[in-house]
Design a protein around this ligand. Structure first.
Ligand SMILES: [Zn+2]
Length: 78
C-alpha cells in the first residue's frame, strides 16, 4: 500500500487568530466577520482590546487584523 494514498490534499489554511499588539499574547486575537451587517471585528480575549471596521465578501480575517495594526500605528505616531 502506498503511503501517498492516505495523504490528504493540503489546504492552505487561513489564519483566524493573531498575536495581540497590546498585551503581546500569541493567538489571543479572534476575528469575526459579519457579512449581514458588513462589519468585522477583532477582539483580544486576554486584554479585551478590540477594533471594528467595515467588511465585504472578500474581507479576510487577516485584512481586519492588518487594519487594526495600521490604526494602532496611526494612533501611536500622532
Ligand atoms: Zn491583548
Amino acid at each position: 500500500m502506498s503511503k501517498l494514498l492516505a495523504q490528504p490534499k493540503k489546504q492552505p489554511k487561513l489564519d483566524t487568530t493573531f498575536p495581540c499588539p497590546f498585551c503581546n499574547h500569541r493567538d489571543s486575537v479572534d476575528c469575526f466577520i459579519d457579512l449581514e451587517h458588513n462589519c468585522a471585528r477583532v477582539v483580544c480575549f486576554v486584554c479585551q482590546e478590540n477594533f471594528s471596521t467595515k467588511a465585504h465578501p472578500l474581507t479576510e480575517p487577516v485584512d481586519v487584523y492588518a487594519e487594526w495594526i495600521d490604526a494602532c500605528v496611526a494612533v501611536n505616531t500622532q
